[in-house]
Design a protein around this ligand. Structure first.
Ligand code: MOS
Length: 696
């Protein structure tokens, strides 16, 4: 690559549109004859709908229709049972979206939804994950296609023989994705063709799913997702809003806008599964791990299997001759869990990185040094060398910047008035994968260039990063490049997910730019445009499968009120190794965003489930707490220089998820250092810190 756009901070290309309110999100497009849909959630947990009384709703002025399983347009029973909405009377979880009211105003739709009367024949339900649930089973594999269990050496013998052991069980609750923009869609049918403006993480996959459900060729469906107000995984696939809006628009033969309410984000769009994780570590007197075992339990629904890869993090993070990981699942009468920022790695790292801290205390060595001593030379799981592994560099630089070396390891050794002060740290890793994609590059007679690819900017700055990469690949200043993304009519790419976006899209864009330059060498530009089109399927698929990960080291200082147990975070500092950084300003935001979400997980977030009710009782941001700016006084993200040519042409590893991994463990480890209390079930609430015995 030539030029110098990559590596420089540019403000987001659409920043002005966003801050001035002119950037249009999914339900902000003006459409003639628009109507509004409002979804109705099930009030039973498990059973059947026996009667739907639509009369009171239809009596509301402006209400046009009430759709339910008895009258909704038919969908093909496709590959995704979750999306087979309004097709059958079965209720599989409380809150399942079972009807839609359509009206000429939003207010009438809402009022109508309140008045729909639904009777159920409900049976007993099971909604609580327990370590001894009779329904526990071993899934065939875990997401996306990892082996369910792994074993190397003889864990039991290695563990029994070791002088130092840790055996601890960690629990994480359900976590709910709450992007600022809810799942929302404007759907319009014109002559049998469907146009949707939808909030998602990938227009092409949503288009493919709608084609399957509505039995249409993909060319008959256009999905536009120009601006998306966050997703975090929950919009990584077609979800209820887009299907309900399309069904409703077809039924009333008018365009429909449908946005899920904040309350409806707590279930129907998926959530991070609760986990119960037992971690056993054994080490010699020098802190070298001899045996590692991570047994993870999580849940899925009765609708379909979602098997989160909770223990996969432990397979490649630290070396040990005897290793075992297992996953067990139970089908409950709950909504299907789904992706949430670093699914698997994030809760898995909370358990392993907490256990490593417990081991450091047992052995009596520094937790940074413990991790350096156990850094593997090759991937312990696959036995192959990593494309690059700079965890140790992150640990060293993080320790230096944070001021770690002066730390007295004794818990409760620092006090500042009524505050107990402590520091903690954790390691972090996340896979650095890429997907195939298509793209075109066009040279125009006026000297400008156009890049087209169905990438999605979910608020990350992806549009700007692609623009920078494209400019360098074309060998022109970025001002001469125009980027078009977020539309299924553009060359197909997959979702913004798995921290794969920039690696995937830049790969295709660089190849398209190269192809265009070659074309222009043969046929110099005259009066008309010249376009080159590429698809990286073969090149990406043919890549050698060496283990590839981004790494990080997280450092946290907390203070805990000795009387009340209140936790305040003085500072958080992360150092990451994530390949080439395309745009330092947006990269820093991404990393800090991940760390902030990890802090939220450590201190606040918790879906509180009531088994009698069969659902979480906190369905809004008043009762489901998330972190705010006031929770942390200083938060910093840095990265080490890393050049890895094996990854992809841009040399990027992806930074969307690495920032959240390890954060919660670092906070919990700091709280332990401050107080001497080890919290093994998140969140770290003050009642857990002062009970059974007060800190003071
Ligand atoms: Mo992310 S959970 O892969 O969108």
């Amino acid at each position: 690559m030539s030029g110098g756009a990559v590596g420089r901070s540019y403000p987001r290309l659409e920043g002005r549109e966003k801050v001035t309110g002119t950037a249009r999100y999914a339900v902000e497009y003006p459409v003639d004859g628009i109507t509004y849909g409002w979804a109705v959630p099930a009030a039973a947990v498990r059973g059947r709908i026996t009667r739907v009384d639509t009369a009171p709703a239809l009596a509301v002025p402006g209400v046009l229709a009430v759709l339910h399983h008895g009258n909704a347009p038919r969908l093909a029973p496709g590959s995704e049972p979750e999306l087979w909405l309004l097709q059958e009377p079965a209720v599989r979880y409380r809150g399942q979206l079972i009807a839609v009211v359509v009206a000429t105003t939003l207010e009438a739709a809402r009022e109508g939804a309140r008045l729909v009367r639904i009777d159920y024949d409900a049976g007993p339900h099971s909604t609580v994950l327990t370590a001894d649930h009779p329904g526990l089973y071993r899934p065939e594999h875990v997401n996306p296609s990892y082996p369910t269990d792994t074993a190397e050496g003889d864990f039991d013998a290695g563990y029994a023989a070791a002088p130092i052991r840790v055996d601890a069980t960690y629990r994480t609750p359900a976590y709910h994705n709450n992007p600022m923009e809810p799942h929302a869609t404007t759907a319009q049918w014109h002559d049998g063709r469907l146009l949707v403006h939808d909030s998602n993480q990938g227009a092409s996959p949503v288009q493919a799913m709608l084609a399957e459900l509505f039995e249409l060729p993909t060319e008959s469906i256009r999905v536009v997702a120009r601006h998306v107000g966050g997703g975090f995984g929950s919009k990584g696939f077609a979800k209820a809003a887009v299907v309900l809006a399309a069904l409703a628009a077809r039924h009333v033969d008018r365009p429909v806008k449908l946005a899920l309410t904040r309350q409806q984000l707590f279930g129907p769009v998926g959530y991070r599964t609760p986990t119960i994780q037992r971690v056993r570590l054994a080490a010699d007197a020098d802190g070298r791990l001899t045996a590692v075992c991570h047994d993870a339990i999580s849940q899925t629904s009765t609708i379909r299997e979602f098997a989160e890869q909770t223990a996969v993090y432990t397979r490649s993070m630290y070396a040990a001759p005897h290793r075992r990981t297992t996953h067990r699942l139970v089908r409950l009468d709950v909504p299907t869990p789904f992706w949430m920022r670093a699914p698997g790695e994030c809760p898995g790292a909370y358990a392993l990185e907490s256990a490593m801290d417990e081991l450091a205390t047992e052995v009596g060595i520094d937790p940074v040094e413990l991790r350096i001593r156990n850094d593997p030379a090759v991937d312990p799981d696959q036995g192959k060398p990593f494309t690059s592994r700079n965890l140790v560099a992150c640990l060293r630089e993080g320790a230096e910047r944070f001021g770690w070396p002066d730390r007295d390891p004794t818990p409760r050794s620092r006090r500042d008035g009524r505050w107990l002060v402590g520091t903690g740290m954790a390691g972090s890793s996340y896979p650095a994968r890429s997907m195939p994609a298509s793209a075109t590059a066009t040279a125009r007679p006026d000297g400008s260039f156009l890049i087209r690819i169905d990438a999605t900017d979910i608020g990350t700055g992806a549009r700007t990063a692609i623009w920078q990469v494209a400019a360098d690949a074309l060998g022109v200043p970025p001002e001469r490049v125009e980027i078009r993304i977020g539309d299924s009519d553009l060359p197909t790419a997959r979702l913004a997910g798995g921290s794969m976006g920039t690696a995937t899209w830049s790969w295709a864009v660089i190849r398209a730019a190269q192809a265009l330059r070659e074309k222009l060498r043969d046929t110099p530009l005259a009066d008309s445009e010249v376009t080159a089109a590429v698809n990286t399927e073969e090149e990406v698929g043919g890549q050698p499968t060496l283990p590839r990960y981004a790494y990080g080291a997280q450092f946290v200082e907390v203070r805990v009120d000795a009387d009340t147990g209140e936790v305040r975070v003085n500072r958080m500092l992360g150092v990451f190794a994530a390949g080439r950084v395309v745009n330092p300003a947006t990269a820093r935001s991404q990393l800090i965003g991940g760390m902030t979400m990890g802090l939220s997980m450590a201190l606040h977030e918790e879906g509180v489930l009531d088994e009698r009710y069969g659902d979480w009782v906190n369905h809004d941001l008043a009762t489901y707490h998330i972190t705010g700016c006031a929770d942390v006084e200083q938060i910093e993200a840095y990265w080490v220089d890393e050049s890895d040519d094996e990854l992809n042409p841009a040399g990027v590893k992806g930074i969307g998820e690495i920032g959240i991994v390890g954060t919660a463990a670092a906070v919990a480890n700091a709280v332990h250092h401050a107080t001497g209390v080890r919290i093994r079930d998140l969140p770290i609430r003050l009642d857990k810190l002062i009970s059974p015995s007060p800190l003071a």
